[in-house]
Design a protein around this ligand. Sequence first.
Ligand code: PRP
Ligand code: URA
Length: 212
Amino acid sequence: MRREDNVYVLDHPLVQHKLTYIRDKNTGSKEFRELVDEVAMLLTYEVTRNLPLEEVSIETPVAMAKSKVLAGKKIGLVPILRAGLGMVNGLLRLVPTAKVGHIGLYRDPETLSPVEYYAKLPSDVAERLLLVLDPMLATGGSAVAAIDYLKSQGATSIKLVCLIAAPEGIATVHKSHPEVEIYTAAIDSHLNAHAYIVPGLGDAGDRLFGTK
Ligand code: PRP
Ligand code: URA
């Protein structure tokens, strides 16, 4: 894993291999969904690397033993609708007790600004480590709007998990929320005139759900 300025790039071979097929325009929705799910699960491994542990005493069939269990803040997952939904199950497979909040945002195609249409969060966001999920960090407008909203609801501990990030989006998130760590499988070249990530993967929501 490479780390720079609060951005963690998961350059693990399995992640990079799967990401290639996610990007490929010939990959259909079924395989796309499966691959996003698998990469989200692999990303979870690094996102949770520094979770605190505490020692407990247990009895194995052979002897008493000291062993470790997770301690500290509980986890909340917050997918940004729609495309963030494609990452939820991958994370839940490794963190099955996480609660899941939802934030509905879409990018206005004219202004490219995020428009909020839905929000439902667990009641105790202030006590949780929140993982905001969205495959695409393009201009960063959606991520910043989601993080703004979570902070307005009392959240203090937030990480952003995506598949592909544009340099522009990383800069925007860090300008507004410098303490938020960003985990991504790739940092791409730039945004095109429609604010799509180049080379990217196209429209993540459409490819996940087969809409166009
Ligand atoms: C996409 C994507 C992000 C957003 C990223 O969502 O899933 O939420 O764009 O762009 P930004 O960084 O420039 O804000 P979209 O608006 O297409 O909605 P959808 O997930 O419902 O398709
Ligand atoms: N949203 C997407 O789904 N893809 C992009 O490249 C940019 C925003």
